[in-house]
Design a protein. Structure first.
Length: 729
């Protein structure tokens, strides 16, 4: 059976005032828990020498609550004694015990295995101790000290502390406040103010700083305004609302708020200096990092709203450089009443009006061609012979004449239809343009540059070109040699819009070539406004001026543009402002064909006049009693013999110099002419299956029938006109 006996229990006050550790001395002799085995009867109550044990000290208050507790491990000496200092193991908590005179007990527990299986050894009341008397002072009244009070330890005040005079903390000793410091009057700090551990400093009033303010971390201004004259921030600064006269930021500025509002009557300037010591000032115009301002994020870019209405006097964006104080370009407002001030609008209107004029000319030529073709068919369906003797004879026209004249009429009719379609489309295009201009009115772009250009590759990469050179376009590449060129163009000087950017590293293989607008051109000799500019013919990039009245068909296809400036230098080259891009060459193939056709018809008319003169000679010979030369097939009965050609209807008109028989042009003739014209078109490479005119002729019988009736009506009118011309008086 285990026994726990206390041989001696002593404790007393540790009275050394200057000792390092405060506590209560505890001495005891430990009796072993088991009897000593001896022969006969075992011996009980023996002390426990040289053993390791654990002692747990607990101080409890009058309501049995623990105010202090610690565990100490001790070694018994040869006689089983231990000598400990209560409070040595947990001295900080021991010093916090309030010795206020209320009852306190000391409970001692022991564990012989030096573990956690403690058994109570004793519990004794702690009565009056000199240690407690000198340790804490408990007073229920007023403490008045007439002289100085020296406190070698901490001063702990549980209630409010009122200081009616100054509080001096000397010898640079820190003052620690774990709670709130409330100062009703002014606070003067002759040294620095450090707020540590990431703690907040809250100011409800104004903070006046006469000297420099250094913030090594963030400054957050929330739920209020910040009014500053000059603020220099070397690190990061976060602002809710910032009102300042001058704000200088020498480092990166990040504005992470929902919006940025700048309300000022003065100029807002953003400046970026690319010049760095030892580095070139060249930048890559295609690199986003080489621009002064980058706006990114969102689905849209930059929105600009100005006061008042949009007009030509309102510039939304204006472009300057260091060379001039005059702007090089602008994006300005525009009202419908100001369209005429827009050079692009005037140019577009001129182009559209020219297209209409061009289409009207095409239609006029087509109608004229159709009239000529109808006359040719009337001519082919009639024949004229002088009446000789008692009667005259008239041979019928050959079928080939009528057929081929019919083909010519069908071709002319097709040209009339196509010309009408082009004219309608020209009017529609102008109406669409005018409607869109009104619908999408708003702003216009104005620039000192005057043309729209694209990058085009040089045919000979070693050929040198400069702006104003006239070049020929062949298969998408340009050369000063215009022989065989598909189109004649000009190297641009300063385009307003530039497309077809070349690949990086190949820029030197390309030139900016004007497609439409105003562009300076190298021209040799005198130039008048309105002259056509065409290549000089020596393939050196220069041009010459040709008056519109002197232009030829072969020169029309090489027109570069129209001169809008003059030069009086007869033997020098000048830079002439030329309007390029008008579609003046679209009619050239048709005009050339018409010219050839007119030449052929003029020749036929000349031959016809020659035949008429021969007939006059024959008539005169008869009148003079001479025998006429030639055989005219005179019948014995004196009747006019008419060969009834395929039972075709005819009319006989009595003209001054003989009778004219007009053979009927039948529907079959026109049908045959359609077939021959279709085949002729196909042989000449026309896609008749997908051609607008021939597709309708083939697939729409009603359309074809209406066209045949229209042609027959025109033939009737032409016939009546023809008869009225040759009718006898």
């Amino acid at each position: 059976m285990k026994k726990i006996l206390l041989l001696a229990f002593l404790f007393c006050l540790h009275t050394q005032l200057f000792a390092q550790t405060d506590g209560i001395t505890y001495q005891a002799v430990i009796i072993g828990p088991e009897d000593l085995e001896l022969p006969g009867v075992d011996s009980a109550g023996n002390y426990l020498p040289n053993a390791t044990i654990a002692i747990r000290f607990t101080i409890l208050n009058e309501v049995n609550q623990i105010e202090f507790q610690e565990i100490q491990v001790a070694e018994t000496d040869d006689f089983g004694r231990i000598n400990l200092l209560i409070g040595d193991a947990n001295n900080d908590e021991f010093k916090e015990i309030s010795w206020d005179g209320t009852p306190k007990d000391l409970k001692v527990e022991i564990d012989f295995e030096a573990g956690s299986d403690f058994e109570e050894l004793s519990r004794e009341r702690l009565t009056f101790l000199p240690f407690a008397f000198h340790r804490n002072i408990t007073a229920t009244g007023t403490l008045t000290v007439d002289d100085r009070t020296f406190l070698n330890g901490e001063l702990q005040v549980e209630g409010q502390t009122n200081l009616n005079d100054a509080l001096n903390v000397n010898e640079q000793v820190p003052t620690y406040l774990s709670g709130t410091l409330t100062v009703d009057g002014a606070t003067s700090l002759n040294g620095s103010l450090d707020v540590n551990n990431g703690s907040d400093t809250n100011l409800t009033g104004i903070l006046n700083v006469d000297g420099n303010t250094t913030l090594n971390s963030d400054l957050d201004v929330l739920n209020g305004n910040t009014t500053l004259n000059t603020l220099s921030v070397l690190g990061q600064a976060n602002f809710g609302v910032l009102n300042t006269t001058d704000l200088t930021v020498t480092n990166t500025t990040n504005l992470n708020g929902l919006s940025l509002s700048v309300d000022t009557s003065e100029l807002i300037r953003l400046r970026r200096n690319f010049i760095q010591a030892g580095l070139s000032n060249e930048s890559d115009p295609q690199a986003i990092s080489d621009h002064a301002v980058v706006i990114e994020g969102g689905r849209q870019g930059l929105a600009i709203k100005v006061n008042g209405e949009r007009s030509n006097n309102t510039n939304f964006i204006t472009f300057f450089d260091d060379e001039s104080t005059v702007p090089w370009g602008r994006i300005e407002g525009e009202l419908p009443s100001e369209f005429a001030n827009n050079a692009d609008y005037v140019f577009d209107q001129s182009s559209l009006d020219f297209d209409i004029y061009d289409s009207e000319v095409d239609a006029g030529f087509a109608l004229a061609y159709e009239v000529i073709a109808a006359a040719q068919l009337i001519k082919a369906s009639s024949d004229f012979r002088a009446c000789v003797g008692l009667g005259g004879c008239l041979a019928s026209p050959g079928p080939a004449d009528i057929a081929f004249a019919g083909v010519e009429l069908i071709s002319a009719a097709a040209q009339v239809i196509f010309a009408a379609l082009v004219l309608d489309r020209s009017y529609d295009n102008k109406a669409i343009y005018d409607n869109n201009k009104l619908t999408f009115q708003g702003v216009t772009y104005a620039s000192g540059a005057g043309d729209y250009a694209e990058y085009l590759q040089r045919e000979d990469l070693n050929e040198k070109m400069t702006f104003g050179d006239i070049v020929g376009l062949k298969g998408g590449k340009i050369s000063k040699n215009i022989n065989g060129a598909e189109r004649v163009m000009v190297v641009s000087y300063k385009p307003i819009v530039l497309g077809n950017m070349p690949q990086v590293g190949h820029e030197d293989e390309y030139e900016k070539v004007a497609f439409m607008g105003q562009v300076p051109v190298k021209v040799y000799g005198k130039v008048n406004i309105g002259d056509y500019i065409i290549p000089s013919g020596v393939n050196d990039g220069t041009g010459i001026a040709i008056s519109p009245k002197d232009i030829t068909l072969k020169q029309i296809k090489n027109i570069v543009g129209v001169a809008w400036s003059t030069s009086n230098e007869a033997y020098k080259k000048s830079m002439i402002n030329v309007a390029v891009g008008l579609n003046k060459n679209d009619n050239n193939p048709l005009i050339e064909k018409l010219e050839d056709k007119i030449k052929v018809q003029s020749q036929e008319i000349a031959e016809l006049k020659s035949q008429i003169l021969e007939i006059y000679d024959v008539i005169n010979a008869f009148k003079n009693g001479d025998s006429p030369k030639g055989n005219f097939g005179n019948d014995s009965d004196g009747e006019l013999v008419i060969n009834n050609y395929h039972n075709r209807n005819y009319e006989v008109a009595h003209a001054e110099h003989g009778d004219i028989v007009y053979w009927e042009v039948t529907r079959e003739d026109i049908e045959k002419a359609f077939e021959m014209a279709w085949e002729q078109m196909r042989l000449n490479g026309v896609d008749v299956e997908n051609n607008y005119f021939w597709k309708r002729i083939k697939n729409e019988p009603a359309y074809k029938d209406a066209l045949i009736q229209k042609l027959q009506s025109k033939l009737d009118k032409q016939l009546h006109y023809h008869k009225s011309v040759f009718k006898q008086d």
